[in-house]
Design a protein around this ligand. Structure first.
Ligand code: ADP
Length: 593
């Protein structure tokens, strides 16, 4: 469109210039030719008129002489091929070479006559009323005794001047037409020569603008257009390099964003979600149609929205702790909010760092410390109380003194056990310690027999029956003999503690589904269903008063579960109040067997 316009503009301007030049030049030549011819004729005719004046001026001296002039003139004009007219000072025609002067009108108002009557040479070009053609009239005054006595006028038709004029006009017209035709062709070629490379440049520039950065312009004009094409090629090359850099950079950022361990959500300046990474999709279950929705609809937390608005308003980064419900579970996030400044692109970057586990560990640690302090404080208070009583005089009564000292001993024994349990838990908690534990095939029947043997004073004292139930073939588990024995002893100790006298306890083991099962089953008081999920928690007791008198710290089952998991197994419990409890441990079989 543009080049077509430019091309037609160039052609039209060029042709207009040529046409104007041709017309101006032609007109000047015609005018010059005409003027030159008239001037030459004028000079020649003036000479003739002067000669005639010289011949007849004496005849103007009186009326008798004037009467002979007409005849003289007619004779003279037959030799000079000019029309000659003699006019007196009043404008009356005295003689005429071609007409009868008596029939001719007064000539006083003819411009050339009027000029001559005031002493000048006069001339005029006009159509003759008598001959009906274009004539050149030249006149000169007739002097007699220094007085103007009349006018000699010679006239000549301008036929041959006009003829020459029209010939030149025709020749000029033909030449101009030919020149104009050549000019049309020339201007088209010229316009095409300049607009063709421009067209190429425009086409390429359009392609580049549409993102085809591999496009290059090849033109060889040797002028500024070639330089322009070269500059455009350089510009495109550097643009291509920049775009490649930016694409690589974007790809890197995209990879980082998508593979980050934290959820990243970009919000626009209205708080609407614009971009999310994989982690955000997984954590918050963001679907495609949620992109574009407001953060309240997507995350569902007004605290976050408030922080988003504050960040936008103050244009300052901030970190908030966000407790929210995701799929019905409480999650805690540390959210980093940073403003993205940039007009329409303004928005907020939010990074959600999941600290739920950290928070849970922190909470558990706090509750552990509080529980441990409480557990230690109880026997310590008793010890302190009885020691004070002894100091206050109870020592003087030996019976009472011994009783109090025994209580002090029992309570310190309890504290000792508690501290032992706490130390064991601390040891198990240490990663390095757990990594040192070497697993090997352990004969399970031997472990169960040894545990029963070790605890014999306790169960015999309560008149309990302990059954051992294992296959006749030796069965092994991939485990650690000391730790496994401690697990069995702890469970057996609980079974003895919570089973009334005459009760029955069974220690069994059997292989099942490529694993090994160990059961510690008692016919004791059982555990209520609501407590079952909590009994492996640290310091958890079903009945605090009862178990404390039974000497329990509430750490036994926590240690058991911890050890079983360190040994690569798992533990379950089944129980019914007043019927009995069964703990089932599942352990891996040795690989080589
Ligand atoms: P404790 O040292 O107090 O026995 P444990 O962690 O070993 O602590 O046990 C936690 C709680 O589980 C006990 O307080 C007790 O109420 C309950 N419990 C454990 N084993 C049995 C069992 N065999 N029969 C009934 N209750 C049990």
């Amino acid at each position: 469109m543009f080049t077509r316009n430019l091309r037609s503009q160039l052609v039209v301007s060029f042709l207009a210039l040529i046409l104007f030049t041709l017309i101006a030049l032609g007109s000047y030549i015609l005018w010059f030719f005409y003027r030159h011819n008239i001037a030459s004729l004028d000079a020649a005719m003036l000479n003739q008129a002067k000669i005639i004046e010289e011949l007849i001026y004496r005849d103007m001296s009186g009326p008798i002489q004037k009467g002979q002039i007409d005849e003289k003139i007619k004779e003279l004009s037959s030799r000079i091929d000019l029309r000659v007219t003699i006019i007196d000072t009043t404008g009356i025609v005295i003689a005429d070479s071609q007409q009868n002067p008596a029939l001719m009108e007064n000539h006083i108002d003819r411009p050339e006559v009027a000029q001559a009557l005031i002493g000048n040479n006069g001339y005029s070009v006009r159509a003759s009323t008598t001959l009906d053609k274009s004539l050149l009239y030249v006149s000169t005054p007739i002097f007699y005794n220094n007085e103007i006595t009349g006018v000699v006028r010679v006239a000549m038709p301008l036929d041959h001047v006009d003829e020459g004029y029209y010939k030149i006009f025709s020749a000029l017209l033909v030449a101009s037409c030919l020149t104009f035709l050549v000019a049309i062709g020339f201007s088209l070629a010229l316009a095409y020569r300049y607009t063709r490379p421009l067209e190429t440049i425009i086409n390429s520039a359009n392609k580049i603008a549409q993102g085809e950065l591999g496009e290059r312009i090849f033109i060889k004009t040797g002028d500024e257009l070639e330089i322009l094409a070269h500059s455009l090629n350089n510009l495109t090359s550097s643009l291509e390099d920049k775009v490649t850099d930016i694409t690589a950079q974007n790809h890197k950022l995209e990879l980082i964003l998508q593979n980050m361990g934290d959820a990243v959500i970009l919000l626009d300046r209205f708080g609407k979600v614009t971009t999310v990474n994989k982690m955000a999709i997984n954590i918050f279950g963001i679907t495609g149609n949620m992109v574009g929705q407001h953060n309240i609809q997507v995350i569902g937390n007004s605290l976050l929205d408030q922080a988003v608005q504050d960040t936008l308003r103050l244009k300052e980064s901030r970190i908030i702790d966000l407790k929210t419900n995701v799929y019905g579970k409480k999650r805690v996030f540390q959210v980093f909010l940073a403003p993205i400044i940039g007009g329409d692109q303004a928005g907020i970057l939010t990074v959600f760092h999941d600290i739920t586990t950290l928070q849970e560990i922190h909470d558990r640690q706090a509750s552990f410390v509080s529980n441990a302090s409480h557990e230690l404080a109880t026997p310590l208070t008793a010890i302190k109380g009885f020691a004070e009583t002894l100091l206050d005089g109870a020592l003087a009564q030996p019976e009472l003194g011994e009783k109090f000292v025994r209580i002090i001993y029992d309570e310190s024994e309890r504290m000792h056990r508690l501290i032992q349990d706490l130390l064991q838990l601390a040891r198990l908690d240490a990663q390095e310690y757990r990594e040192q534990i070497q697993l090997s095939p352990v004969n399970i029947a031997a472990i169960l027999t040894a545990a029963k043997q070790d605890m014999s004073p306790r169960w015999q004292q309560k008149h309990l029956i302990i059954d051992l139930d294992y296959p006749t073939v030796e069965i092994y588990a991939q485990s650690h003999p000391d730790w496994l024995k401690q697990v069995i002893v702890n469970l057996l100790e609980n079974a003895i503690k919570y089973t009334p006298e005459q009760g029955k306890i069974t220690l069994a083991c059997w292989p099942e589904n490529n694993e090994l099962k160990i059961a510690v089953k008692d016919s004791g008081i059982g555990i209520p269903g609501k407590d079952l999920p909590l009994i492996f928690d640290r310091f958890y007791r079903v009945d605090k008063a009862r178990t404390r008198t039974a000497g329990g710290s509430g750490l036994g089952l926590a240690i058991v579960k911890f050890i079983v998991e360190v040994l690569g197994g798992r533990i379950e419990v089944q129980s019914k109040v007043d019927v009995g409890t069964t703990f089932i441990i599942t352990l891996p079989l040795p690989k080589e067997r």
